[in-house]
Write a protein that binds this ligand. Structure first.
Ligand SMILES: [Zn+2]
Length: 329
């Protein structure tokens, strides 16, 4: 196995300072598929970066402590631990207006444009690697109030197989394009790396490991086993896929229960993400903190699996309070 690193300039800031990141390439002893893995395109989502450090140790030292046998790598892995250094430095989700007022969210511009806005240029540079791959894993980290899960495109069988190999307790299929609902278009989901790659025929998954801003051991372990499982599933490592959670298959309808008004939200303490809930089930109360007037009784909008429930209690009108995914076969 050969390991190389390359320092790559993604774009330059107005002052001339270059935005650069490191691309790792792990070249196996025999030919095989190429897998592109990146983390932290939303820079506060740091668990994926720690996952890639642990995967790096596993690949370069053969250290089998946590992940089983030390088989030889076949094919190639290209890994980018910090896909968006701008948001990484700001511990943020988006860039400030001064740097990219048109596309503050890097995960809305794929496959990018080398003559476009800052994020479009950065994505275009990384797409030179991602677009050549046979499969892509785009590691993200949800907020603490979100269940760790993996997203794949509805109807894309090889992406679904990768999600099943990765594991976690929830595999969430998402519709795209004309089949998706209004929210999908309104939120520019067509520019997600996963969606752009699927349109090029590259199987792709988006694991959402819980807890941004913190390296949380349970989320990292799920990510390490899941990432290695994808390599195993695709034949890069000659090892069986390891159990990684108890996956339930569900469908993301993208609809959310949002706050009718601004106030303080108390989530019912007897509910947690991962619970099966029924339509109409009471999940929390939104109230005016000065008068105690109840503004909204938040209820499940369908039968399914509660996969996010707001834990940051001060909410603004329109904020997401909870998400329920449809369970399916
Ligand atoms: Zn993200």
């Amino acid at each position: 196995m050969e390991h190389d690193t390359e320092r790559v300039t993604l774009a330059r800031l107005p002052s001339g300072v270059e935005i650069a990141t490191t691309v790792h390439t792990y070249e196996g002893s025999d030919d095989g598929p190429t897998v592109y893995v990146q983390a932290a395109q939303h820079g506060r989502e740091v668990n994926g970066t720690e996952v890639l450090r642990r995967v790096h140790d596993r690949l370069t030292t053969g250290d089998a402590d946590s992940v089983g046998a030390d088989s030889e790598l076949v094919g190639r892995i290209v890994a980018v631990p910090v896909a968006d250094p701008l948001t990484f430095d700001r511990v943020s989700y988006t860039t400030p207006e001064q740097l990219d007022s048109v596309n503050p969210n890097m995960n809305r511009v794929w496959p990018g444009d080398s003559e476009g806005t800052l994020h479009e240029r950065m994505a275009a540079r990384l797409w030179e690697y991602a677009g050549e791959a046979d499969a892509i894993v785009d590691l993200h980290t949800g907020s603490p109030d979100m269940l760790t899960h993996v997203v794949f495109m509805e109807g894309h069988e090889e992406s679904r197989a990768m999600a099943e190999a990765f594991g976690t307790d929830l595999l969430l299929s998402e519709e795209a394009g004309d089949d998706a609902d209004e929210e999908w278009a309104a939120r520019d989901f067509g520019g997600k790396l996963r969606v752009a790659a699927n349109q090029e025929g590259i199987p792709t998954i988006t694991p959402e490991l819980a807890f941004n801003k913190q390296i949380v051991e349970s989320a990292v372990e799920t990510g390490v086993v899941g990432t290695l499982n994808v390599f195993r599933h695709l034949g890069l490592l000659d090892e069986p896929v390891e159990p990684n959670g108890d996956p339930t298959l569900a469908r993301n309808h993208l609809g959310r229960v949002t706050a009718d008004d601004s106030g303080l939200f108390r989530a019912d303490p007897d509910h947690a993400v991962g619970d099966e809930v029924e339509e109409g089930e009471h999940l929390g109360t939104l109230y005016d903190p000065t008068t105690f007037e109840v503004l909204q009784e938040a209820r499940a909008d369908r039968d399914g699996i509660l996969y996010s429930l707001a834990l940051e209690s001060t909410v603004a009108a329109g904020d997401s309070l909870l998400n329920v995914a449809w369970q399916r076969e």
